[in-house]
Write a protein that binds this ligand. Structure first.
Ligand SMILES: Nc1nc2c(ncn2[C@@H]2O[C@H](COP(=O)(O)OP(=O)(O)O)[C@@H](O)[C@H]2O)c(=O)[nH]1
Ligand SMILES: [Mg+2]
Length: 302
């Protein structure tokens, strides 16, 4: 059989073959780093037009490197969302920082995301100092930042000596097209890393656990967010069992709520974002001080 015919058959079966005729497009890796709560995950979701990373107004929402893929006919960018870089107060905090900083290597463009409403401070400078000079700065939340403050922050940020500076609003989408256009131009020629149409590279189980945690962060009181971990313990769609771990016995009641009210609300909200017919069974366990123990951190994948 000729090579051409073989490729034809493989293509018909849905495979793409590498080789001299393989399509080359602009493709590469972009990471989003910065302090907690500046809007990295919101921005990623906005860029992709798809929710791939959970968002909350509490710090430490993102705990992994979340890969979301922008897939276009002429380009593919793999975006890496990361935990916020902060002063660690536990073993988990240290691991989150490691997860974030490791996203600075082996990528084409690193983006430092800062909160436009806040002053650029020591935390941003610390992160910037560890980034390559050809990184870019993204000043987010311009929808709620007065213009003169935006200008002041951009001027201050210019001391980082980066390649480019973009004021955007992840919430409204303002400035995001310009940013994406620029990033595509910065991508080298390369292969499509993921099959066409891919938007994320993690499992459904992981995503369900994340959505449950997101909803817990939304309804739980201030002191809880850091203490919660979630994981899928049984996956037999439509039945999915999710373990919600808290650090102390006293937190169990808060997560469950009076008569199971909180847990029920969390289940309803998470299910709304999943394929129809999914049945979520949530159970709460106490994993004492799990944030400080390597073994428990491993168990939850942090
Ligand atoms: N007003 C406004 N709020 C934003 C914007 N981007 C993110 N936020 C809010 O900032 C908070 C933190 O967002 P998140 O994406 O989780 O930040 P991350 O920790 O950097 O990933 C959430 O309450 C978001 O709704 C924005 O462009 N404008
Ligand atoms: Mg995040």
């Amino acid at each position: 059989m000729s090579d051409d015919r073989l490729e034809e058959l493989l293509a018909a079966a849905g495979f793409t073959t590498a080789g001299s005729e393989a399509e080359t497009i602009r493709s590469g890796f972009v990471s989003l780093v910065g302090r907690p709560n500046v809007g990295k995950s919101t921005l990623l979701n906005r860029i992709l037009g798809h929710k791939v990373s959970i968002v909350s107004d509490k710090p430490q929402t993102t705990r992994h490197q979340i890969r979301g893929i922008l897939d276009r006919p002429d380009a593919q960018i793999v975006f890496v969302d990361t935990p916020g870089i902060h002063k660690p107060r536990s073993l988990m905090g240290e691991r989150l920082n490691d997860t974030a900083t490791s996203a600075l290597g082996d990528i084409d463009v690193a983006c430092l995301v800062v909160d436009g409403t806040a002053a650029i401070g020591a935390g941003d400078r610390y992160v910037a100092s560890r980034m390559p000079r050809n990184s870019i700065l993204i000043l987010n939340k311009t929808d709620i930042t007065p213009e003169e403050h935006i200008l002041k922050q951009l001027t201050k940020a210019s001391e980082f000596g980066f390649s480019e500076y973009f004021p955007v609003s992840a919430r409204t989408g303002k400035g995001v097209d310009e940013l994406v256009g620029y990033l595509i131009d910065r991508m080298p020629e390369g292969p499509r890393w993921y099959p066409e149409g891919t938007v994320r590279d993690f499992s459904e189980q992981f995503w369900i656990a994340e959505l449950v945690r997101e909803q817990l962060l939304a309804v739980a009181r201030e002191e809880l967010p850091h203490s919660i971990a979630t994981r899928v313990t049984e996956y037999e769609p439509p039945l999915v069992r999710v373990e919600i771990a808290v650090e102390r016995e006293s937190q169990k009641g808060i997560v469950i709520g009076k008569g199971g009210k909180v847990l029920k609300e969390v289940g309803i909200r998470a299910r709304k974002q999943l394929p129809e017919g999914m049945y979520l069974e949530l159970h709460v366990t106490v994993a004492k001080d799990w944030q400080s123990h390597a073994r428990s951190l491993d168990r939850f994948g942090y």
